[in-house]
Ligand binder design. Structure first.
Ligand code: ADE
Length: 246
């Protein structure tokens, strides 16, 4: 998969692209990432200007962005513009985008980009959350990492992507590593007794409990099994399973 990022801050991406699975995915040839600076498409290197109608903050000029987009977008590209007014990004969108061959991401800066870029190019406008960043660069990296980790071969252990929160619609159960006892807190015994059925039930229960507590809107009632419904009843009846052994 190829990503082209259109950003006036190409340096922003140096460090995140050089770390973790995104670096490894590039080394393995699973992804390729290029950053295009719209200044290189601006005859006078000027990429922003004052807003018509007045108001604080500059707006990104249309011509350098349009030229950058034309240089990168092909027949089979998905064009995305990052903006707080966009559709909220989620795991399903990451999954859908992971089957694309080429994604072009436009990063806005300042007060945003001239609306005619949106009118003329019709990008998908995506937001990474209900808060305002100073530009789309951090959001672009969020998309790239969320998509890349879903690509075959990107993660050492594919299972770890499949059990992630949001891949399954439940939040993840808490995880523990050694030592067994840490500052007088011990790992739940069920995780150490080697009974895989008990471990699976315990984790399912913890996942349902955490989701009920923190994100009840995510609970996938329609796909619940009888066992899930029993677990849900146990949880709602206040049997706190976190410190139980079984
Ligand atoms: N640019 C500024 N804020 C943003 C957000 N929340 N999501 C995507 N792009 C942005």
């Amino acid at each position: 998969m190829k990503f082209d990022i259109i950003s006036i801050f190409p340096d922003f991406f140096q460090s995140p692209l050089a770390c973790g699975i995104v670096r490894i995915a590039q080394e393995k040839g699973i992804i390729e990432v290029h950053v295009i600076d719209p200044r290189s498409c601006a005859p006078d290197s000027k990429v922003d200007d004052y807003q018509f109608g007045g108001g604080a903050g500059m707006v990104m000029k249309p011509e350098p962005l349009l030229r950058s987009i034309r240089k990168t977008v092909g027949k089979n590209s998905r064009l995305i513009a990052l903006t707080p007014r966009g559709i909220p990004f989620n795991q399903n969108m990451a999954k859908a985008l992971s089957s694309e061959d080429h994604i072009v991401i436009v990063c806005g800066r300042y007060k945003g980009i001239d609306e005619r870029v949106i009118t003329l190019c019709k990008p998908e406008e995506i937001s990474i959350g209900d808060y305002v960043l100073s530009g789309g660069e951090a959001a672009a990296f969020v998309l790239i990492e969320a998509i890349t980790r879903l690509l075959p071969g990107a993660l050492g252990n594919r299972d770890s992507a499949e059990s992630d929160s949001f891949t399954t619609p439940l939040l993840e159960a808490p995880r523990y590593t050694r030592p067994n006892s840490y500052r007088r807190h011990t790992v739940p015994a069920v995780l150490r007794n080697g009974n895989h059925a008990h471990i699976a039930r315990y984790r399912r229960k913890m996942a349902i409990e955490q989701t009920l507590e923190r994100r009840p809107d995510l609970l996938p009632y329609e796909t619940f099994t009888m066992q899930d419904l029993n677990i849900l009843l146990e949880v709602m009846n206040g049997k706190n399973s976190r410190h139980k052994t079984r």
